[in-house]
Write a protein that binds this ligand. Structure first.
Ligand code: UTP
Length: 310
């Protein structure tokens, strides 16, 4: 691992504060079939809220209230969830059920959400490129609709600060077991003197463990310089025949032009891939066990369940 001291002197960096989030949610969700045959995986409930609502709430907490959701066929429930439901609201109001009424309204009042269909699901890079017109020339965040970050663990706001400091693009990294790298984009990094973030030398999409440059895996949060759009337009299909965001970021990592340079924030908190069955179950159990209304009973039951040796 080398040390880089040039990051702070990225004098040509464009320093806008980030205002917009793009949430790609057009994937087919094949890992969660049959649940996702007719329902978007982003609508799977994590305790009592669909996974996508946690993602939008995270964006809003980081100050991003302008959201573009990239959707596709079968994704209509996403739009419905963030829309008002007058009949349901009137019924709850008549009953005086203010708590549930607030829950119903919270989702529709959360953010200014726009929707755009991807067309063909040609990969994450292609989904992000669909956001070009909406985003314009500003740095922007990308939050994958099936990746859930525990709200007690701050990540996005630090990434936004690192983007402003470096003028490049920023990815979120986690340490994974070497046997798991083939499920992720994987990063070769160097330290940045005096900083808690790292510079990315190389990114490889879903490498075999023997070819992986490290055990640092990219997760579904990005803060990107708009230069990524021009690169994506030139990026052909990569692994799996899809247009890979990782390939475009690899090009940016090697670029000295404005918007070049890719940096990484290593995340050590709790993150769940709700598109993966086991990770989804862990998210439900963890978040439910922390809740005042469900936690005490659930934890007691879990203890008995484990002790019963099943
Ligand atoms: P995944 O790799 O999880 O693919 O996409 P997927 O199709 O959604 O799910 P599986 O692997 O078949 O179960 C990562 C993210 O990129 C989005 C997905 O919605 C998810 O948030 N994506 C992927 C798109 O928006 N469009 C695409 O063409 C591909």
């Amino acid at each position: 691992m080398r040390t880089d001291s040039s990051a702070n002197t990225a004098s040509s960096a464009t320093k806008h504060s980030v205002r917009k989030a793009v949430i790609p949610a057009a994937g087919l969700g094949t890992r969660f079939i049959p649940a996702t045959k007719a329902m978007p995986k982003e609508m799977l409930p994590v305790v009592d809220k669909p996974a996508i609502q946690y993602v939008v709430e995270e964006a809003v907490r980081a100050g991003l209230e302008n959201v573009l959701m990239i959707t596709g066929r079968n994704k209509r429930p996403l739009e419905d969830h963030f829309d008002g439901v007058p009949l349901l609201e009137q019924t709850l109001e008549k009953k005086g059920d203010h708590e549930r009424l607030a829950d119903v309204r919270r989702a529709s009042e959360l953010a200014d959400i726009h929707y755009l269909r991807q067309g063909d699901a040609k990969g994450l890079g292609h989904a992000v490129l669909r956001g070009k017109l909406y985003v314009g020339g500003e740095p922007f965040a990308v939050l994958l609709g099936d990746d859930l970050i525990d709200e007690q663990d701050e990540l996005l706001s630090r990434m936004i600060e690192v983007q402003a400091a470096t003028g490049g693009s920023v990815v979120a990294l986690i340490e994974v077991d070497p046997s798991e790298v083939s499920s992720y984009g994987c990063a070769d990094i160097q330290a940045v003197e005096g900083e808690d973030y790292v510079k990315i030398n190389e990114l490889v999409e879903k490498p075999q463990p023997a070819d992986a440059p490290s055990n640092l895996a990219i997760i579904g949060r990005y803060v990107l310089h708009p230069a990524v759009f021009d690169v994506l337009e030139e990026t052909g299909p990569g692994r799996g025949g899809e247009i890979q965001l990782t390939d475009a970021l690899q090009t940016l990592a090697n670029s000295d032009a404005e918007g070049g340079g890719v940096y990484g924030v290593v995340f050590r908190g709790n993150r769940y891939d709700t598109g993966d069955k086991l990770s989804y179950l862990k998210a439900v159990v963890k978040l439910a066990s922390e809740r005042d209304d469900l936690g005490p009973d659930l934890r007691a039951w879990l203890k008995d369940f484990v002790q019963s040796g099943v």
